[in-house]
Design a protein around this ligand. Structure first.
Ligand code: C5P
Length: 220
């Protein structure tokens, strides 16, 4: 099968030396890419700015901003044969500065407020588009992540429905051993059919293996 995986944060620049971002390290997404390649799948990994090594057998496309990530994902998905899998682990910045200055802003040129505009929701955009395509193309499997601090399952269900996904991998980032930067994760699979499966605390690679198996089963 063909996998397209996003990983890491995005950066949204306001001038050449300043940006908005988040602490994502890309570990979960790189683990998914690695696990998929280990199962013999063809993998395109669209990565935000991270310092991780590319897993063996994975084709990597580096991007910086959410808009670049969306363009790369669209290009990769359109190149794939029908029946691909898109796993969206990236911590995409929801907002970007309305303007990016060509030169470094001097302190005196900056105001105390920064005007922001919404970034595209990459996963929602490509999942919605697929639904309106020919049946073969519509068979793409879409898996999202949801990092939550409260109402984890209810939020995951809502996102699964709203973004038209096959499954959400939900985690409570306030739990020990979960979330940004660590090598372990405790996740819950929330499927389109409403079923919920809570997994124990595992390494990110073990979680990734389970996700890849689940995608194999989800494939129509
Ligand atoms: O941020 P949120 O909780 O909505 O993220 C849920 C899913 O949507 C994640 O899989 C994330 O990668 C994806 N997402 C995206 N583009 C955004 C925001 C989130 O693809 N702008």
């Amino acid at each position: 099968m063909k996998f397209v995986v996003t990983a890491g944060p995005t950066r949204e620049y306001l001038d050449p030396v300043r940006f908005l971002s988040n602490p994502s390290t890309g570990k979960m997404g790189f683990a998914v890419a690695r696990a998929a390649a280990m199962r013999g799948h063809e993998v395109a990994l669209v990565a935000g700015p991270v310092t991780l090594k590319t897993p063996k057998g994975v084709r990597r496309i580096d991007v910086t901003s959410a808009r670049e990530m969306l363009a790369a994902v669209e290009r990769e998905l359109s190149r794939q044969a029908p029946g691909a899998v898109f796993v969206s682990t990236a911590a995409v910045a929801d907002w970007r500065p309305a303007k990016c200055a060509a030169r470094k802003l001097k302190k005196g040129q900056m105001s105390d407020t920064l005007k922001l505009v919404r970034n595209p929701d990459i996963l929602k955009t490509v999942a919605r588009r697929a639904k309106h395509q020919a049946p073969a193309r519509a068979s793409t499997v879409f898996v999202g992540f949801a990092a939550e601090t409260n109402d984890v399952i209810a939020e995951a269900r809502r996102k699964c429905r709203e973004k038209n996904l096959d499954m959400i991998v939900a985690n409570d980032v306030t739990e020990k051993g979960s979330g940004f930067g660590v090598d372990t994760n405790r996740v819950t699979f929330v499927r389109k059919d409403g079923s919920v499966e809570r997994l124990p605390l595992m390494t990110k690679l073990a979680v990734a293996r389970r996700i890849v198996r689940e995608c194999e089963d989800l494939r129509p």
